[in-house]
Write a protein that binds this ligand. Sequence first.
Ligand SMILES: Cc1cc2nc3c(=O)[nH]c(=O)nc-3n(C[C@H](O)[C@H](O)[C@H](O)COP(=O)(O)OP(=O)(O)OC[C@H]3O[C@@H](n4cnc5c(N)ncnc54)[C@H](O)[C@@H]3O)c2cc1C
Length: 475
Amino acid sequence: MNPVAPLLASLQTELGADAVLSAEADLDGFTEDWRGRFKAPALCVALPSTAAQVSAVVRLCAAHGVPVLPQGGNTSLCGGAVPASEGVRPVIVNLSRMRRIRSIDAANGSMEVEAGCVLKTVQDAAAAEQRLFPVSLGAEGSCQIGGNLSTNAGGTGVLRYGNARDNVLGLEVVLADGTIWNGLRALRKDNTGLDLKHLFIGTEGTLGIITAATLKLHPLPTHHALAWFAPVDPAAALRILGMFQAACGSRLNAFEMINRRQLELVIEHVPERRNPLGELHDWHVLVELADTRGGEEMAELLQHTLEQAADAGLIVDAVFASNDTQRAALWEIRHSVSEANKKAGVGLTTDCAVPVSAVPAFIEQSTRAVHAIIPGLDILIVAHLGDGNAHFIPFFTFDAWREFADPVAMATAMRHCVNEVAHELHGTFSAEHGVGQTGLSEMAHYKSAIELTLMRAVKQALDPHQLFNPGRLLP
Ligand SMILES: Cc1cc2nc3c(=O)[nH]c(=O)nc-3n(C[C@H](O)[C@H](O)[C@H](O)COP(=O)(O)OP(=O)(O)OC[C@H]3O[C@@H](n4cnc5c(N)ncnc54)[C@H](O)[C@@H]3O)c2cc1C
């Protein structure tokens, strides 16, 4: 008898036959990552609708000794949400049927949502109550809150509101023995010992399955002022960032930088994207101010600060969004980079963060390091400059990439030389995407022995039988 048949039968009894997919053809969208770089088989996909069903799946998998891989929108850029090619085939627990917004408390500035809620749905539901959920990223139309929290997602709102971790008040989690921990508190202050929710945020599904979250909401900014400008270089962009921080304080909403080659790829590969400036410049920055009032004042502040930057010789060109349509179009350019790169070729995305002041040095030194391996190779830069997080992307055409006898070795070498530069500048190789499969060997290399020992102790305490995402996060 097929040894997995009893597990499949029990899962179908608990969830219903339509919530357990095991036919090869049904699994493709769950076993391959968004960019099509990782694909490995799973035992089946379970689609629970409630926390109780998630708990039942976990208990059954534990009883059969089969690992569990939690999955949200499967938009991970580091192979985090699909099975590895080695090891026991996992049961993928995909949370997309758990997509209820349970409640919104506008006066408390909080909302309780199930883990499978798509990020955009959460943002829209908050906005309908004149509140803002500030986590925002290019995949927001398909990534899910559970995935955002498990990866401690960053994105374009970190400069002002922090990352996903900073915007959550409580969690509901299914633990390795199937217990449902209800930590759905909506408190801004609670000093009663360890803040346990943080164990599950940013740990990529290795300690439990998040089934719901209480999110922190903010006043909804209704007035915006946005400009797209070309700084002379990254050092000039950094100085301009400082000018905006001094002039605008917490109204500075975003400060995103891309380089010339990255903008070219967006224009070439994504329909309806155009260069906002008269010509292509080496560097481009989107800067946005936002508040609940004072639109005209902000527009003047934006213009005045950029004029000062121009007087100081830091800017080559600039354009201002004069209405919401123009503002949306400029944001679309920024949010289209991953789509463009996926269509255009093979970008070896790195995800380093360094101290903000070290970003220009990081870009310069990483360029030198990559060009020492392949002189003149195209490099794409997508930087959340205000967070010190620069995606430095060595880029190949599909044809050039096919020439490599060992593309995995080339990708590893390229990423490692960039990560080395970040390390030398006291940075990290994993700022916001997570460790996933691409960063696993770097964990062993860069994390200190004491940090790895402490993390293993936590894993052992919460998941002693290595049920959740075995082999992930901890090499
Ligand atoms: C176009 C594009 C743009 C992007 N831009 C950004 C960006 O600016 N900033 C950024 O940070 N990321 C970005 N990403 C990466 C990705 O969208 C984020 O990592 C996102 O947070 C992942 O959410 P997800 O629901 O797709 O999770 P998945 O990819 O499904 O899973 C990610 C990890 O979380 C675990 N997991 C998922 N759900 C749960 C759960 N409920 N409980 C426990 N563990 C779980 C998985 O096991 C996996 O380890 C981008 C991706 C794309 C495709």
